[in-house]
Design a protein around this ligand. Structure first.
Ligand code: NAD
Length: 484
């Protein structure tokens, strides 16, 4: 392989930016380290203000022609992108797994098919939703149109890099915008494969651009760029604050999908098998999931049985190399993150909490493998109950009455999701109404249609995307009033 390419478990990946339909190198590179074995797997182009300027200029130049295409033509191209993703599903799954350590089997069966759907669904919605019936108001005809906003900047995290990026790229492009993406430096590679797929599908030069680099060096100039019209960010609360300040002078509308500290409420009447099944799912992706229910609140009458069964099921999880189909639990993304997760658990244990299982690294596997951890006897108000850990760690607390359970579930500065397990339908309605969260799941988890709104309350985000909500964000909605 030359300096500009790497072979990632046999898949060739271009390590340069993708700007204006061309591969562009940078003088500097950054190390991409795989969490599986902490090996450097690539040196990726480290972009900065120069590359961001070029990408925004290319996106601006491509905008008029892309926006002028009839919606059906744009949709046809995006369906071809989805075809390309499906055709290269195995390559995408292989590279993402090596890059961020999440399970190959999840990528094959769930994540990458969803990546394709992010294009198909929004291509179809665009055809349906970008037209709005005229209104008739006091004899005047009011025509509502969805004009694409212009250039959309998209900045995404490493925990599900391609899925989270395409969930923004799909609707942004379908609405007629052009895009500049800054992928996460801890998992930058599948964005580059997506550029190849876009090119092969006939997406015109400049419509889709990728600038690789760190948040500080490539992200900062992108968020502060006067040439962008929308900024879609998924990531942490502290970064969101920095980005909001950078974007403020340009008055750029923001869509923020941020962290969470979501509760799982298990009532005395719950189907316990279902509740334990949902609880153990919280260790998926080594707990590095924004929507994860990290705080379990369980009715005291069933708490012992619930925790015993949760510990039993957790003990059955197989930890190891995510490329092995039998693996349930892999490594944490990076050494710095591993230290953070360990620190949270160590401090909780020093502050009276008990680990029923886990509580430390997997010493047999070494590296970045941290054991799935169930903590009980946590002090009220402890850091482990309030801060997002973003690792395979859950707490279990008990409650005696519904009002107390809801109050404690809502006692968070976040508000991303909440899950309720109960067989009482009236309670389900009452509690879901009372919970402060963008998404409430009742007797299920992680199910969501792309047409439904998604987003968080409080520090979990700003705005909603999904279906019509995405087009509201990525478009300048116009009302033209015609006199009788
Ligand atoms: P992060 O905020 O550190 O980084 C996210 C992205 O922002 C990266 O691409 C990074 O390079 C970039 N960035 C960092 N500093 C920047 C700056 N100053 N200017 C511009 N860009 C900058 O987050 P992370 O650690 O990558 O991701 C984990 C976080 O993401 C967690 O809090 C998690 O809950 C959240 N998340 C939220 C959702 C959701 O849908 N709500 C989904 C997944 C992850």
């Amino acid at each position: 392989m030359d300096d500009h390419h790497a072979s990632i478990d046999g898949v060739r990946v271009d390590l340069r930016h993708w700007i204006g339909g061309e591969r562009i190198a940078s003088a500097r590179t950054f190390a991409d380290v795989s969490p599986i074995d902490e090996q450097e797997i690539a040196r990726v182009a480290a972009g900065g203000a120069t590359e961001v300027d070029a990408a925004v200029a290319a996106a601006r130049a491509a905008f008029p022609a892309w926006r002028a295409l009839p919606v059906a033509e744009r949709s046809a191209i995006l369906h071809r992108v989805a075809d390309g993703i499906e055709a290269r599903l195995e390559d995408l799954a292989t590279v993402e797994t090596r890059d961020n350590g999440s399970l190959l089997r999840s990528h094959r069966r769930g994540v990458m098919p969803r990546v394709a759907l992010n294009f198909r669904a929004f291509a179809d919605y665009a055809e349906k939703q970008l037209g709005h019936p005229d209104l008739s108001v006091r004899g005047h005809r009011e025509r509502i149109t969805y004009d694409p906003a212009g250039v959309v900047a998209i900045i995404t995290p490493w925990n599900a890099p391609l899925m989270l990026a395409t969930w923004r790229i799909g609707p942004a492009l379908a609405a007629g915008n052009t895009v500049v993406v800054k992928p996460p430096e801890w998992a930058p590679l599948t964005a580059s494969l997506l550029a190849d797929i876009m090119h092969a599908a006939g997406v015109p030069a400049g419509v889709f651009n990728v600038v690789q680099g760190t948040g500080a060096e490539a992200g900062t100039p992108l968020t502060a760029h006067p040439g962008i019209n929308r900024l879609a960010f998924t990531g942490s609360v502290p970064t969101a604050g920095v980005i909001a300040r950078a974007a403020a002078p340009n008055i750029v509308p923001l869509s923020f999908e941020l962290g969470g500290k979501s509760p799982l409420l298990v009532f005395a009447d719950a189907d316990l098998e279902l509740a334990v099944g949902i609880a153990v799912e919280q260790f998926d992706n080594a707990g590095q999931v924004c929507l994860k229910a990290a705080r379990m609140l369980v009715h005291s009458s069933i708490a012992d049985e619930f925790t015993n069964r949760l510990v039993e099921r957790t003990a059955q999880l197989t930890q190891g190399d995510p490329r092995d189909e039998a693996t349930d639990q892999s490594a944490l993304i990076a050494r710095r993150h591993f230290e953070q997760v360990s620190g949270f658990v160590d401090r909780a244990l020093a502050d009276r909490a008990r680990a029923l299982i886990g509580g430390g690294p997997n010493t047999e596997l070494g590296g970045l493998y941290y054991r799935p951890t169930v903590l009980v006897d946590v002090k009220p108000g402890a850091e482990i109950l309030t801060e997002e850990v973003f690792g395979p760690v859950v707490t279990v607390e008990t409650f005696d009455d519904e009002d107390d359970a809801v109050a404690r579930a809502n006692d968070t500065r976040f508000g991303l999701a909440a899950t309720v397990v109960t067989t009482d339908r009236t309670r389900a309605e009452r509690v879901s109404h009372a919970l402060n969260a963008g998404t409430v799941w009742v007797n299920c988890f992680f199910v969501r249609d792309l047409e439904a709104p998604f987003g968080g309350n409080g520090k979990s985000g700003i705005g909603r995307e999904g279906g019509a909500w995405s087009f509201d964000f990525y478009c300048d909605v116009k009302n033209s009033v015609f006199s009788p």
